[in-house]
Design a protein around this ligand. Structure first.
Ligand SMILES: [Zn+2]
Length: 356
């Protein structure tokens, strides 16, 4: 789901949020992007001035400094973020990535477009290397994931981190899209790979992750996320930060586990509670992003959790890889050629029991 924050006159930030999140957020009528960009530009101005002192006569520094000065003048005049060619608003995520741009995507030259395409390809390669090993198993569990970005890069985050005989699993969805969202995804990856080895209590780890993420991102960026761990007895402990509830399949009936907690990075002092579930041998915990349940058919009907559960029925006791393939096929069949507009990620963790 997308919520437009701000006014049409210059800065509209489309934020991807879940229904719950939309209700939780008090959307201010005026986007904070102006103030944010001014702050960024002033920082750059100060850095460039310092650099200029230490390396006199550097023409590139002088050019950048005059561009920053000009951007600040545009902010004062109210023309900042407006394309110089067509006078439409410049895409906000591009402005955040480069506050000095003066043209919207539609008015770039082919050479400029090619350069952006190259950057995206590189980002996509880097992102693929951040994915966990596929078809991951130990004597107690089998795990696999399906990762389908809607564009070249994804704002979804999936991870599996073994630590001290337990398996940590993470599935999340960063607000927004494209390059900015993928940068935040890599930020989450680095953070959890640093936090998990500390062996903290799960809630304490989430509290720290939340604070770190809130401090490192822009004010209106956050992530919905489930972080959990499973041990050799099939005991699962999870914290859910505003994400869709995972489901347990393969037992007598599928169980939906509740959601609690605010998205990561929304408020720097959020606290989290964890919940637990015990998987019987043969049961699978399935986590997914809203790109799965909100996939549309040609009539704009959403796939939804019920269809997801129905589609799983036949393959609930199979290997996670088969289960995921069944789900991916079901979503594709349901869409029936309708355009995809969101990243789609699923993670399946099957508890196989101590003795196979
Ligand atoms: Zn334009």
């Amino acid at each position: 789901m997308f919520v437009a924050v701000g006014d049409k006159n210059g800065f509209v930030v489309n934020k991807e949020v879940s229904m719950d999140t939309a209700q939780m957020m008090e959307l201010s009528p005026v986007a904070p992007i102006d103030a944010m960009m001014r702050e960024q530009l002033l920082d750059r101005q100060a850095l460039l001035r310092d650099a200029q002192f230490s390396s006199a006569f550097d023409t590139d520094l002088s050019r950048l400094l005059s561009e920053v000065d000009a951007a600040l003048v545009r902010l004062d005049k109210g023309t900042y973020g407006i394309c110089e060619e067509c006078h439409d608003a410049i895409e906000p995520d591009r402005l955040i990535a480069d506050p000095l741009i003066k043209l919207c995507l539609g008015d770039l030259t082919q050479k400029q477009l090619d350069a952006i395409q190259d950057d995206l390809q590189l980002a996509s390669e880097i992102q693929k290397r951040l994915l966990p090993k596929s078809n991951f198993s130990s004597e107690f569990w089998q795990a696999d994931f399906a990762y389908h970005p809607a564009g070249v890069v994804s704002g979804d985050y999936v991870d599996l981190i073994p630590h001290d005989g337990e398996l940590y699993f993470i599935l999340g969805d960063v607000s927004g899209k494209g390059m900015a969202a993928s940068m935040l995804m890599s930020n989450l990856h680095a953070m959890f790979h640093a936090l998990v080895p500390l062996g903290l209590e799960l809630c304490e780890m989430m509290t720290r992750a939340n604070r770190l993420f809130a401090e490192s991102t822009l004010a209106n960026h956050y992530a919905t996320l489930v972080v959990g761990k499973i041990n050799a007895n099939g005991e699962v402990e999870m914290c859910n930060a505003g994400h869709l509830p995972p489901i347990v399949v393969g037992g007598e009936k599928s169980i939906e586990l509740g959601s609690s907690g605010l998205p990561l990075g929304m408020f720097s002092d959020s606290s989290f509670i964890s919940s637990g579930v015990r998987l019987n041998p043969g049961e699978t915990l399935l986590l997914f992003t809203d790109g799965v349940t909100e996939a549309n058919d040609l009539e704009e009907t959403e796939f939804g959790t019920d269809r997801l559960r129905e589609s799983i029925n036949g393959s609930a006791t199979g290997h996670p890889t088969e289960l995921l393939q069944t789900c991916v096929n079901a979503v594709a069949a349901f869409r029936n050629g309708a355009a995809r507009n969101d990243d789609m990620t699923m993670l399946a963790l099957k508890f196989t029991g101590a003795v196979n």
